[in-house]
Design a protein around this ligand. Structure first.
Ligand SMILES: *[C@@H]1O[C@H](CO)[C@@H](O)[C@H](O)[C@H]1NC(C)=O
Ligand SMILES: *[C@@H]1O[C@H](CO)[C@@H](O)[C@H](O)[C@H]1NC(C)=O
Length: 486
């Protein structure tokens, strides 16, 4: 009896040791990048989840670069990951979209098309094209020029007017709601003021970002649980909207929702078009819009408050625009927007420091050889593009807020080392929309109002919380959907 028991224990020990060894030394047809895989199952997740309160690279990444170099392996939530801060590898990954790597969000959509290899890659291409053309039609440069600019200015004037009657405003949240309301109105005729109840849907949406930085533990009382509930409500809200519009064709307005319903009704519609797909796309567009703009706006206001001379120069630029007008009350024009050179430098500098897309997630389709290392097929690659934003060889004194540096940046270096809205084969369709919104916001704010930061520490914290990514967890991932648009 005893011997059998001992044998079982011994076997178990051997088996576990084997598992742990396998965990620590994953199989690979070559040399894996250096690194540690952390604890079994959770890997190094807990290290990554610690928020960072500075503009510098997340300590998780910084420490490992010092120890292992610019490319290292780790494990996050049970998935083997290679983190790359190497600009050449990141560039390669962005260029080889669909060949060496694919976007990871495809896990979510993979049931929509059960193809493999070539046809799968081309299916992905078709989906991208569809979403891109959708967002360009409704938020692209031509649309902005034609009519959105005065609408956006008007919306910002109303928002700031309302803010100015309040004692203080939490900028990240307030601007997220502002952008959400605008995009939602534009996409499906949502009117936030229709609802006086506390339970505004904008709140559900804008709180969802907390979800990305919470530990995926679905137990009542946790942030994660609450966010899941909020997301359920938000999804249901969109489903109801879709249903409502479909059942009353007389509500036709020609907005984005009408366009997708028309596409869904086509005889020869694209295979991937379904209610769920449409809802995921609308979700993604909303999220991409308010999340990036509110984050960068908040950071800009904070940085401007810390740098009075930059603020003065910026105010001078906007007052100059008013002076050059025949009637200083007339609306902002496209040419005026394009003439805001310094404003656009300030926005670039905030985008550089704020890192809208701190890391891009891809999955290796085949073994990738790079500088003597092998990234095995199936592994996740996290390309930390923000590392290029802080590269001292490109940006002197990289942590300094210095908009003037953009005066004489080499366009070639910029194209390789500045990826605020993702990069590669896709330039973000919403990039111009986001910049225009921020520039217009600054224009109205600086020509009509003054602001004083209160509780600055809280502001910085709220802002920087999103400076890291969490891999795994929820089925549908807003931050990846963000990339779909790009
Ligand atoms: C208004 O609030 C109610 C109650 O939560 C909600 O069911 C409804 O969808 C909201 N409507 C709008 C337009 O936000
Ligand atoms: C801002 O960055 C973009 C690249 O994303 C560049 O094309 C543009 O010239 C920059 N703007 C200014 C004012 O430097």
């Amino acid at each position: 009896m005893w011997t059998i028991g001992l044998c079982v224990v011994a076997l178990l020990v051997i088996y576990c040791t084997h598992l742990v060894r396998k965990w620590k030394n994953p199989s690979c047809n070559g040399v894996l990048p250096p690194g540690s895989m952390g604890l079994p199952l959770i890997g190094e997740t807990l290290h990554l989840i610690i928020p960072s309160y500075s503009l510098d690279l997340h300590p998780f990444i910084k420490k490992r670069i010092q120890r292992f170099g610019p490319i290292f392996r780790t494990n996050i939530l049970g998935r083997p990951v290679v983190v790359s801060t190497d600009p050449e590898l990141n560039h390669l990954i962005l260029q080889q979209e669909g060949k060496l790597v694919e976007m990871w969000y495809l896990d979510t959509f993979s049931k929509l098309f059960n193809q493999e290899g070539e046809s799968r890659t081309s299916a992905v291409g078709v989906i991208h094209k569809y979403i891109r053309s959708l967002s360009l039609t409704h938020f692209g440069v031509e649309t902005l020029k034609k009519g959105l600019l005065p609408e956006i200015e008007d919306m910002i004037k109303k928002t700031l007017q309302m803010w100015s009657t309040q004692e203080s405003i939490e900028v990240k949240y307030g601007s997220a709601v502002m952008v959400f309301n605008y995009i939602a109105k534009h996409m499906f005729g949502y009117d936030d003021s229709e609802n006086t109840s506390e339970d505004k849907i904008s709140e559900k949406f804008t709180k969802i970002s907390e979800f990305l930085m919470s530990i995926p533990l679905n137990v009542p009382g946790t942030t994660y649980h609450k966010c899941l509930k909020d997301r359920e409500k938000a999804t249901k809200f969109l489903k109801d909207k879709l249903e409502e519009r479909r059942n009353s064709p007389d509500m036709y307005r020609g907005d984005l929702l009408d366009q997708v319903i028309a596409d869904l009704n086509k005889e020869d519609k694209e295979k991937f078009l379904s209610d769920d797909f449409i809802i995921a796309v609308i979700f993604g567009l909303l999220f991409a819009g308010f999340e990036s703009v509110s984050k960068i706006l908040t950071l800009t206001l904070k940085l401007l408050a810390d740098h009075p001379s930059v603020l003065q120069e910026l105010i001078a630029e906007h007052e100059g625009i008013l002076k050059n007008r025949r009637n200083s009350d007339s609306v902002l024009t496209w040419d005026e927007y394009k003439s805001m050179t310094f404003t656009l430098q300030v926005i670039n500098e905030s985008l550089r420091l704020g890192n809208g897309a701190p890391g891009l997630l891809r999955r290796a389709l085949k073994d990738i050889e790079f500088k003597g290392f092998t990234i095995p097929a199936g592994w996740i690659i996290m390309a930390v593009t923000s590392a290029s934003h802080l590269n001292p060889d490109v940006y002197k004194d990289p942590l300094a807020f210095n908009p003037a540096r953009w005066k004489d940046m080499d366009p070639y270096l910029v194209s390789k080392n500045f990826m605020p809205f993702s990069g590669g084969t896709r330039q973000c369709a919403g990039a111009e929309f986001s910049k225009l919104l921020m520039a217009t916001f600054l224009h109205v704010l600086l020509t009509k109002y003054e602001y004083v930061p209160v509780f600055v520490a809280g502001l910085l914290m709220a802002f920087l919380d999103l400076n890291f990514l969490i891999i795994g967890g929820p089925e549908s991932r807003e931050d990846e959907l963000f990339e779909v648009l790009c």
